[in-house]
Structures are given as C-alpha cells and as structure tokens.
Design a protein around this ligand. Structure first.
Ligand SMILES: CC(C)(COP(=O)(O)OP(=O)(O)OC[C@H]1O[C@@H](n2cnc3c(N)ncnc32)[C@H](O)[C@@H]1OP(=O)(O)O)[C@@H](O)C(=O)NCCC(=O)NCCS
Length: 189
C-alpha cells in the first residue's frame, strides 16, 4: 500500500525541499511561472499575471490538508532563493504507481539542481511512500529533462506521438520514462 506522508521537508547537499507558502507567490511568478523558456516545456503555459500565480499557490496550499498531496518548493540552502518546484502526482491506488513533475527557474539551469531535487523526491517516493513505479514524460525538444531522468536511473520506455498539446497549441511528441521500486533498490543502497 502507498504510505501517504504529505509533503515533509527533504534536505539534500545544496537544497531544501519544503511546502510552498502563499508568501512565495511573487517569487514563483518571477522565477519560473511567468517564463516561457521554462513553461513552454509544460502543458500549461506561462502565467501572464501574478494573480494567476497567487490563485495557483493558494490552491496548492489548500491541498496540503490532504496527506495524499506531495508538492515541494525547491530552495537553495546558501541564499534561501526559491528556484523551482517538484511534485509527485497521479497516485493510482490499483497499481501504486505515480508520476513526477518538476520546474527549475532558467537562471539556475545546468547547475545540477534539477537532478539533486529529482533524486531526493524519487528516493522519498520509493523508500518512505512505498511507491511501486514512478513515471514521467518530456517533450522530445526538451532533452535536458530526459537527461536528469536518466541520471537518477529512470529508463526510456518509448515515445508517444502528439502526447500533449501545449498552451501555444503545438502538439508535442514525448519520451516516456519510468523506474520500478525494485530496480531502484537494486542500484541504490
Ligand atoms: C529540466 C530541468 C528541470 C532541468 O533542471 P536543471 O537544474 O537544469 O538540471 P541539471 O542541471 O541537474 O541537469 C541538466 C542536464 O541536462 C543537460 N542539458 C541541458 N541542455 C541540454 C540539451 N539541450 N540537450 C541535452 N542535454 C542538455 C545538462 O548538460 C545537464 O546534464 P549534465 O549534468 O550531464 O551536464 C529544467 O531545465 C527545467 O525546469 N526545464 C523547464 C521545465 C521542464 O522541462 N520540466 C520538466 C517537464 S518533463
């Protein structure tokens, strides 16, 4: 059975993963949610006004009432800057599988933060929550996302044509990745 634990604080060498707060909304908007360079890779496009972000953050904060909700803000330990977000979602009680999604602000790309956050959340999902399989998909024109999945041990299982249509009305072919708990434990102590 999935052991739902809500969204506890997780710590890595350089990052703190914590619950997002209403007071974070402006920084969420400024650092990634209003930025096409980040948001064009996701289904929902960039926010045009901070009021949209306040609404979204308020909804996330409300969802923390449920133990079945896992959504972390990613903060740098050294500066306290809010650099992104990562979540586990689509929990399926029949299979005990779920998906993972993440965004890092453009200013902080290619510094290893995405990999570090993903590794922490995958480890939490398998070790603490007892998830059976964690999956994710990325647009083929967003190879950095596939790179971080492979770096933490996820394997590409195929590609799906026109799997999504983004906010700019473009269909995107996606690479689908997954990792089984049993395979994760074979490779990580
Ligand atoms: C995907 C994303 C989270 C990666 O975050 P990040 O902090 O930059 O990731 P890391 O620095 O840990 O790793 C990025 C890796 O991709 C590689 N990379 C970057 N651009 C690349 C490109 N165009 N082609 C191939 N590899 C690329 C980097 O070299 C790095 O690999 P390396 O460490 O072996 O050199 C970030 O780019 C992002 O938020 N993108 C927009 C939102 C998004 O795509 N979310 C996921 C949707 S599936």
């Amino acid at each position: 059975m999935i052991n739902y634990l809500g969204t506890p604080m997780l710590e890595t060498d350089r990052l703190v993963l914590r619950k997002i707060e209403r007071s974070d909304a402006q920084r969420v908007f400024d650092h990634w949610l209003s930025d096409d360079r980040v948001m064009d890779n996701l289904i929902k496009g960039a926010h045009k006004s901070v009021s949209e972000t306040i609404e979204r953050v308020t909804e996330i904060v409300r969802n923390y009432d449920s133990k079945e909700f896992c959504y972390w803000a990613i903060e740098l330990k050294t500066s306290g800057e809010l650099i992104g977000a990562i979540d586990l979602f689509n929990f399926d009680s029949l299979t005990e599988n779920c998906e993972v999604g993440y965004s890092i602000g453009y200013k902080w790309w290619n510094k290893g933060y995405g990999t570090e956050a993903l590794r922490a959340v995958i480890d939490f999902g398998f070790r603490q929550m007892n998830i059976h399989k964690i999956s994710a998909a990325h647009n083929l024109d967003n190879p950095a996302s596939g790179k971080i999945m492979r770096k933490i041990g996820m394997e590409q299982e195929g590609t799906i044509k026109h799997m999504i249509r983004n906010a700019k009305n473009h269909y995107k072919d996606c690479a689908v990745y997954g990792l089984l708990q049993e395979d994760y434990f074979k490779n990580v102590k």
